[in-house]
Design a protein around this ligand. Structure first.
Ligand code: E4P
Length: 218
């Protein structure tokens, strides 16, 4: 399973990259706003900065909702850097834009997926990735992980090349379930990834090893 970092925060991206465990980054307009990045030039420069830190795909989301706007933005974003993947919402004009961009060799990530039908249409249109949102489904009393499990099964049946990015991950429990489900990618906040390292028996075991060493070695 690949790990993408779900943030636009440069310090966190650098930290995760230095740990050697991330395969890419996903951003969205809310994450960019959280970092206070505004104005087209600053936003585009920020995407390039992220690409220069990490080695893998970096999703940059369009803010247009009409077909012409989406493809113009998509082409501009894709021209910024070879690692840019154009993130497009799963609406009718978005599906059309995904097909248009795919036919021109531009990789897309279809976002805001909440049911299997949306994911199927995005895959048929040629999306490189689909991003089903786990946490937001949990928030409304559904079970987001069920959607991930269904999509892994359905994409396997039809043999789509489209990769599934489990998104809107809220903690280590989601990541562990994603590993069990065999999802292609999990895009996560950094604390959810580092949380995987935590186990009280690891801490206690390490303390015991070190204290036994100190007893003999001072
Ligand atoms: C996916 O690519 C989105 O950026 C993200 O996972 C949304 O997560 P949220 O529901 O925590 O905002």
């Amino acid at each position: 399973m690949k790990f993408f970092l779900d943030t636009a925060n440069i310090d966190q991206i650098k930290k995760a990259h230095e740990m050697g465990i991330i395969d890419g980054v996903t951003t969205n307009p809310s994450l960019m706003a959280r970092e206070g990045i505004k104005g087209e030039k600053n936003i585009l420069d920020h995407y390039v900065k992220i690409c220069e830190i990490v080695d893998g795909d970096v999703s940059a989301e369009v803010i247009s909702t009409d077909f012409n706007g989406m493809i113009a933005e998509g082409e501009k974003l894709a021209s910024l850097h070879e690692q840019i993947v154009v993130k497009i919402p799963v609406i009718e004009s978005g599906i059309k834009a995904i097909r248009y961009l795919a036919d021109r060799g531009i990789k897309t990530n279809c976002t805001l997926i909440f049911n299997p039908g949306q994911a199927l249409l995005a895959a048929k249109a040629g999306a490189g990735y689909v991003s089903p949102f786990i946490g937001r489904l949990d928030d409304i009393g559904e079970t987001g992980m069920e959607l991930i499990e269904k999509l892994v099964h359905i994409f396997d049946i039809y043999g789509f090349d489209t990769e599934i990015i489990a998104a809107s991950i809220r903690g280590t429990h989601h990541i562990t379930r994603c590993m069990e489900a065999g999802v292609d990618v999990a895009t996560c906040p950094l604390e959810a990834i580092t949380g995987l390292l935590k186990h009280p028996l690891t801490d206690a075991g390490l303390e015991k090893f070190l204290s036994d060493h100190r007893k003999l070695n001072g």
